[in-house]
Design a protein around this ligand. Structure first.
Ligand code: 5MM
Length: 333
């Protein structure tokens, strides 16, 4: 394992003014997205849509890396160039989602454990050959008065650390993504408490398994009220709570924290990131983004499955990418 190389890649992914595009929707998720614009989810349509995003002029000014799905990392663009090469020539680092999804956790109704460790060493070796320089594994936690259980927190931390160790062995930077879900009526207080427990368990497990933190990135949720909670935390409160929670749990050795958007509106996700980067509190890590929906909702709608809308789709994508790029330095609005 070349630790300097892993660290350099992790730092490049959180360079000032830049963040990550999560374009790693699995087949059922991308179908859901395409259903919303009445477009069939064929292999060609998925390629055309993603190629539209990857080739948006000057996307590399705001986008440091793209998380790909297994199909995409093997796919050629319409002109025959591999999409990995298309990204590289735009100055964007290719990444890969390697988890096999969140499955029901035995004995714990309503909870999930992320699977995909079997054969992962071999898959990493192949992905490295295909050009992946970073990877992502997502665990999810539901919040209720009873959840998450200690078991759910522990098994997901263990799996995230096993994945991270295997990624580094292959020379690939692991992004660890523990997502405390927004669904439900829980308060921002509950979200903060659960996020803290999840992160503490994760960093204890990463230490136990001797993962080199300098060569990792964290992709967490923000500390936010549940979608159905009658009292919604303001932008400033979300920023303050999120940074407080991260300062309590995330070691200074981690180069960067790249948030997921988790179902927030695109503008709100940008405002939250911007507000965090404006806080005077000292922070040892960069705060950036790794948004899926918050970067793609607008371009997906503008494109709507029609080649004639390519420029409109790219313009909509660049607008969100630029806004989030500004938010990484607290200079949005
Ligand atoms: C892009 O969506 C990713 C893949 O989800 P599925 O495996 O369910 O298809 C997802 O992991 C995404 O990378 C993160 O949740 C961040 O995306 P959002 O939309 O929450 O910013």
């Amino acid at each position: 394992m070349n630790q300097d190389k892993l660290h350099a890649t992790a730092c490049a992914l959180v360079a000032a003014g830049k963040g990550i595009l999560a374009a790693d929707e699995s087949a059922p998720t991308i179908k859901k997205r395409f259903d919303s614009i009445a477009t069939e989810s064929t292999e060609d349509n998925r390629r055309d849509y993603r190629e539209m995003l990857f080739t948006a002029p000057e996307a590399g000014r705001y986008i440091s890396g793209v998380i790909l799905f297994d199909e995409t990392i093997r796919q050629n663009g319409a002109g025959g160039t591999p999409l990995v090469k298309v990204l590289e020539s735009a100055g964007i680092i290719p990444g890969i989602k390697v988890d096999m999804g969140a499955k029901d956790l035995a004995g714990h109704p309503g909870e999930k454990v992320t699977e995909g460790l079997d054969g992962l060493r071999e898959r990493f070796a192949e992905y490295a050959k295909l050009g992946a320089r970073f990877a992502k594994w997502r665990a999810v936690y539901s919040v209720t008065d009873m959840l998450p259980s200690g078991a759910c927190v522990a098994v997901n931390a263990h799996a995230l650390a096993r994945y991270a160790a295997l990624a580094q062995e292959a020379g690939i930077v692991p992004i660890v993504e523990p997502e405390v879900l927004m669904d439900g009526d829980h308060t921002a207080d509950q979200c903060e408490e659960v996020s803290e427990a999840v992160l503490q368990s994760l960093y204890a497990e990463l230490a136990l398994q001797e993962v080199n933190l300098e060569g990792t990135l964290l992709k967490p949720n923000m500390v936010i009220s549940g979608t159905d909670c009658p009292e919604q935390a303001s932008v400033e409160e979300v920023a303050r709570r999120t940074v407080r929670c991260l300062r309590r749990c995330v070691p200074a050795a981690v180069p960067g924290i790249v948030f997921l958007s988790g179902g927030q509106s695109d503008v709100l996700a940008t405002q939250h990131l911007n507000a965090m980067n404006k806080l005077p509190d000292s922070r040892p890590w960069k705060l950036s983004f790794s948004y899926g929906r918050a970067l793609q909702a607008a371009p997906l709608k503008a494109w709507s499955g029609k080649a004639a809308n390519l420029k409109a789709g790219q313009d909509a994508f660049l607008e969100r990418a630029k806004a989030n790029g500004l938010a990484t330095t607290g200079s949005y609005g």
